[in-house]
Write a protein that binds this ligand. Structure first.
Ligand SMILES: [Zn+2]
Length: 454
């Protein structure tokens, strides 16, 4: 009995000492990020000197070159590119749109959705059918819809506390609206922007066409203009809507994921990934989406080096290409990991904006999640209180099939969709402090994953 008690005591003391050592290291990680952090300067460069980075664009290539050079300059053990073919969609000349209500012509802001076809040089003009859902559209049937422009006007649910949930509840209109409308003979689809704010910015994003259905042009309309169109339709159901867009899908282009690595000292074959996506929408500087996630990921490795933390496992910062309109980079990364027989124990993604950290969502088995729970007291002092089952991230998603445990960095979500996929997703909307706290949060998690595995 005495022996057992002694053993238990030894284990407990050991555990307490480990916790103390970990809490000291995590404190140092935050100190380094907040006193000597580089992520904010890097983000300034990425947004102001490089700017929009849609797949296949010159900006995307510049971002590849620059992040590669940056990680080399930081002295990571290995920096390399992974080839990946990506979609190459271009917007062309700025869109034109107006509501023709009797003699009154009201110009409204729209932007073609990524992947959409053009309208042709004359544009499209037609009567408008407003709906809030696909069932409502189908109930109208082809008689009412044929030859019309379908206007999807279901807002993001403002009562959802997590705005990503509200986004998830509305984004089907953007992704599949054109196809559902075309099935009933519509000639175009106009979609209310995915945001809770009333503004004049069309919020763009990806869409896809279904097979065997005619392709019709589709665009996002600003929320203010969506409200105006809805109100005008209530007054005059016979008004018409005109829009012209000039976008085009070019042949796939060659691009790259950019990977920087610190080699593990003890278990170099076990890999921990921390990443974000390098591409952004063409209208946006891509500060929150996802320049923030990229610079935070590089900062995680820089912090480890600066503090002399020698990881047991190999830590990789991955800049994924083409999250926005294809996810080819994420798929390629997982394919290569499989092909090369790499063992990825965990992947952490930051793609929810550079806002105040709240926690991490975990995709893994209950046993794997249970292993993370003892770390909660170490992370709680830094505001990381929401740690549990949740979303990982689009780019790291394909790694799940290899048994990798996924972690989605969760910052506060309240302002994300104010800026999402618009011209206002700018450097100026990112707080240096919030960005740095995010980088430190990710570094603390990566440190613990490296110490204890999963
Ligand atoms: Zn993103």
């Amino acid at each position: 009995m005495k022996k057992t008690i002694t053993l238990l005591f030894t284990v407990l003391v050991g555990y307490a000492q480990a916790q103390t050592a970990d809490s000291v290291t995590i404190r140092k990680i935050y100190d380094e990020a907040l006193a000597n952090g580089k992520s904010y300067d890097w983000l300034r460069y990425m947004t102001k000197q490089i700017g929009p980075r849609l797949s296949g664009s010159a900006g995307a290539q510049k971002a590849v070159d620059w992040t590669k050079q940056l990680m080399e300059k930081e002295g990571f053990d290995r920096v390399f590119l992974q080839d990946v073919m990506v979609p190459h969609w271009v917007r062309g000349a700025k869109e034109v749109a107006y509501i023709q209500n009797g003699k009154q012509k009201m110009t409204v802001p729209i932007a073609a959705l990524g992947g959409s076809i053009a309208t042709g040089p004359k544009g499209v003009e037609a009567g408008v059918i407003e709906v809030k859902s696909f069932p409502e559209l189908r109930a109208l049937g082809p008689d009412k819809v044929k030859g019309k422009i379908v206007f999807y006007n279901r807002p993001m649910d403002p009562t959802k506390i997590n705005t990503f949930e509200a986004y998830g509840g509305a984004v089907d209109q953007r992704a599949n609206g054109a196809t559902e409308a075309a099935k009933l003979g519509a000639v175009g689809a106009i979609v209310r922007s995915m945001t809770n704010v009333r503004d004049d910015n069309p919020h763009v994003g990806g869409m896809r066409y279904g097979t065997g259905v005619p392709l019709i042009p589709t665009a996002a309309i600003s929320t203010n203009a969506a409200d105006l169109l809805s109100k005008s339709l209530a007054e005059n159901p016979n008004l018409t809507f005109y829009f012209k867009q000039n976008c085009e899908t070019l042949p796939d282009a060659k691009s790259y994921n950019v990977v920087g690595e610190i080699k593990g000292s003890d278990k170099p074959d076990e890999i921990i990934v921390v990443g974000g996506h390098l591409d952004s929408w063409d209208l946006a500087e891509g500060a929150h989406d996802d320049g923030a996630g990229c610079v935070q990921s590089i900062e995680v490795l820089r912090i480890m080096k600066a503090l002399g933390i020698k990881p047991k496992r190999t830590i990789r910062a991955v800049m994924f290409m083409n999250e926005e309109n294809g996810l080819r980079g994420g798929v390629q990364y997982a394919d290569l990991a499989k092909k090369n027989n790499e063992k990825h124990i965990a992947a952490v993604e930051s793609d929810n904006g550079g806002f105040t950290p709240r926690g991490f969502g975990i995709v893994g088995t209950p046993d794997q999640r249970a292993k993370v729970m003892p770390w909660k007291p170490l992370l709680a002092p830094y505001g990381l209180l929401e740690i549990g089952a949740g979303g990982g991230g689009a780019d790291i998603g394909p790694l799940a099939q290899l048994g990798t445990v996924l972690f989605g960095f969760k910052p506060d979500s309240q302002r994300y969709f104010d800026y999402h996929h618009t011209t206002v997703d700018k450097f100026e909307t990112v707080s240096q402090r919030e960005l740095e706290l995010g980088a430190a949060s990710m570094a603390a998690l990566v440190y613990l994953l490296d110490q204890y595995g999963l």
